[in-house]
Design a protein around this ligand. Structure first.
Ligand SMILES: NC(=O)c1ccc[n+]([C@@H]2O[C@H](COP(=O)([O-])OP(=O)(O)OC[C@H]3O[C@@H](n4cnc5c(N)ncnc54)[C@H](O)[C@@H]3O)[C@@H](O)[C@H]2O)c1
Length: 240
């Protein structure tokens, strides 16, 4: 039997990159997947749902869809993300707010809206998407790094709250992965070369490299792992 046979999963940011690869991997492992993104193009879940996760109302509707269309929830993958770029001088309040709304508040709001469904599951999982910037910082990425540090702190705290219900909560922390978010930057060959060279494995990450970690965290094999940030960066951050 496939390792996620019969499990019900909700994946956000499902139309592109890591989210799309996660949908494909969870489906291949036997799960039924409610995919969600801001536009329907590129979504290939069992059920596809369009929502702007910066909008709390849209999150309530999405959680209701998990109940009515999926009939429950075992695996919540909070993956949708945006990357506001700019120095402190340049970033506007709106950019800060949008980054925090999508990267931090949406996962918290969605987890809250799905809480009763997750508590009803005997194999509940919440998997948030952080970053290596949940641990480090970089010039021009203050708003992004702040949101990704925060999601890791949220992950650790929520793990303590939900552990008594048998629900694990973890955070996958990708390094440089070739996706819609990074494609523009990586088209500059020098940036691609920099990250390739800095990694121990001498290659850039692919969405499947992260989807496989998410599928592992969703599986029974990861039942005793909770409150953790799992860095998957090909060894970029193992040296200075
Ligand atoms: N690519 C990397 O190098 C990298 C590194 C570390 C962390 N991450 C994180 O991985 C996650 C996935 O990103 P990706 O790299 O696959 O990028 P991506 O741009 O390919 O995918 C992100 C998806 O999120 C969706 N999204 C954005 N805002 C949304 C909103 N308001 N409502 C609904 N959906 C929305 C986008 O439409 C897109 O489909 C993000 O949380 C990102 O921060 C990526």
């Amino acid at each position: 039997m496939s390792r996620l046979q019969g499990r019900k999963a909700l994946v956000t940011g499902a139309a592109s990159g890591i989210g799309a690869a996660t949908v494909a991997r969870l489906l291949a492992d036997g799960a039924t997947v409610l995919a969600c993104d801001i536009s329907s193009e590129g979504m290939a879940g069992t059920i596809n749902h369009v929502a702007n996760l910066a909008d709390p109302q849209a999150i309530a509707v999405l959680a209701a869809a998990a109940e009515s269309q999926l009939g429950g929830l075992d695996i919540l993958v909070n993956n949708a993300g945006v990357c506001p770029v700019g120095t402190l001088e340049d970033l506007t309040d709106d950019q800060w707010q949008f980054g925090l709304d999508v990267n931090l508040l949406a996962p918290a709001r969605l987890a809250k809206a799905c809480l009763s469904l997750l508590k009803d599951s005997s194999t509940g999982r919440v998997i948030n998407t952080g970053s290596i910037l949940s641990r480090y910082g970089d010039a021009g990425l203050g708003a992004y790094a702040a949101s990704k540090h925060a999601i890791l702190g949220f992950t650790r705290s929520l793990a303590m709250e939900l552990g008594p219900f048998g629900i694990t909560v973890n955070c996958v922390q990708p390094g440089c992965i070739v996706t819609g978010m990074t494609r523009g930057m990586l088209e500059n060959g020098a940036a691609a070369e920099y990250y390739r060279d800095k990694s121990a494995l001498k290659r850039l990450g692919q969405p499947e490299d992260i989807a496989d970690v998410i599928a592992f965290l969703a599986s029974d094999d990861a039942r005793f792992i909770t409150g953790q940030g799992i860095i998957a960066d090909g060894g970029v951050m193992t040296h200075s």
